[in-house]
Design a protein around this ligand. Structure first.
Ligand SMILES: [Zn+2]
Ligand SMILES: [Zn+2]
Length: 263
């Protein structure tokens, strides 16, 4: 009984952590957007309200399995998460981070493509694309089915691939940062990175924005590997230079969306 109440507490605590983390990071980048692109989210209050509501539901869907696994890790030695720096060679630290990101990216690419079939799009993924164009608040704006596909990734991986707790924290940090910045409507990273050799392999806002504009390309999460391999990489999108992007982008987005969902 005590154990089961602890497990529920752990799930509740993790839900709160994920929810607060979302509000803080999305709030911070929304604030930054207002400073560097004033007026970009003008007239988007109703959409932002929806993005926050879906994201907070997602926080529970992400928090519960993570809380259960964290409880098992602390109380029963579940998972391959380790805290002793000498348990594995030092070179394994970056390798484990890349392995997690690549595994997550692979899962995301294929489930994302699956959710772009018209039937599943309407059921599970239309919520995410209702953000037209998305804002920094859309980072976790998913239908519960889509949130579930994302929420199980890390709780499963920690049983399969050994990782130091600090590197796991880094993976979660990268996940949070890219989830927010890929949706915020402008490019955070410098031009030399986005348009240089690194940008040919890495996904930033310029790449994901093109997914939200065109629907049928650029499905990846962190890397362009699967998009390039499967011929779905259609390069980088453009952001309007100034002002509200709602009006400028909306007509094209509406056309792309109705063609895609068959509605
Ligand atoms: Zn998106
Ligand atoms: Zn999509």
């Amino acid at each position: 009984m005590l154990g089961s109440s602890h497990i529920a507490l752990s799930a509740l605590a993790m839900t709160l952590i994920v929810g607060v983390r979302y509000l803080l990071t999305s709030g911070m980048f929304a604030w930054l957007t207002d400073k560097v692109r004033p007026g970009l989210y003008k007239g988007m209050k109703p959409q932002i309200g929806r993005e926050i509501r879906w994201s907070l539901y997602s926080a529970a869907i992400y928090g519960i399995p993570t809380g259960v696994v964290a409880w098992g890790w602390q109380n029963h030695g579940w998972t391959q998460v380790y805290t002793d720096w000498s348990a594995y060679p030092l070179w394994y630290l970056p390798v484990s981070v890349i392995a997690y990101l690549f595994a997550h990216d692979t899962w995301f690419y294929w489930t994302h493509r699956w959710m772009h079939q018209p039937r599943w799009f309407r059921i599970a993924h239309a919520v995410h694309h209702d953000s037209r164009p998305p804002t920094a608040w859309a980072a976790m704006s998913f239908h519960p089915i889509e949130a579930l596909t994302g929420a199980i990734v890390i709780p499963v991986l920690v049983f399969v691939i050994p990782i130091h707790a600090a590197m796991l924290g880094l993976v979660l940090g990268i996940m949070t940062l890219m989830g927010v910045t890929n949706h915020m409507g402008w490019e955070l990273f410098p031009r030399w990175l986005v348009h240089g050799p690194l940008g040919k392999g890495l996904i930033t806002a310029s790449h994901h924005q093109h997914h939200h504009a065109r629907y049928t390309c650029n499905y990846g999460l962190y890397f362009r590997f699967w998009d390039r391999l499967c011929g779905t990489d259609k390069g980088l999108g453009e952001f309007p230079a100034t002002g509200s992007h709602k009006g400028q982008a909306n007509a094209a987005l509406d056309a792309a969306r109705s063609a895609h969902s068959g509605s």
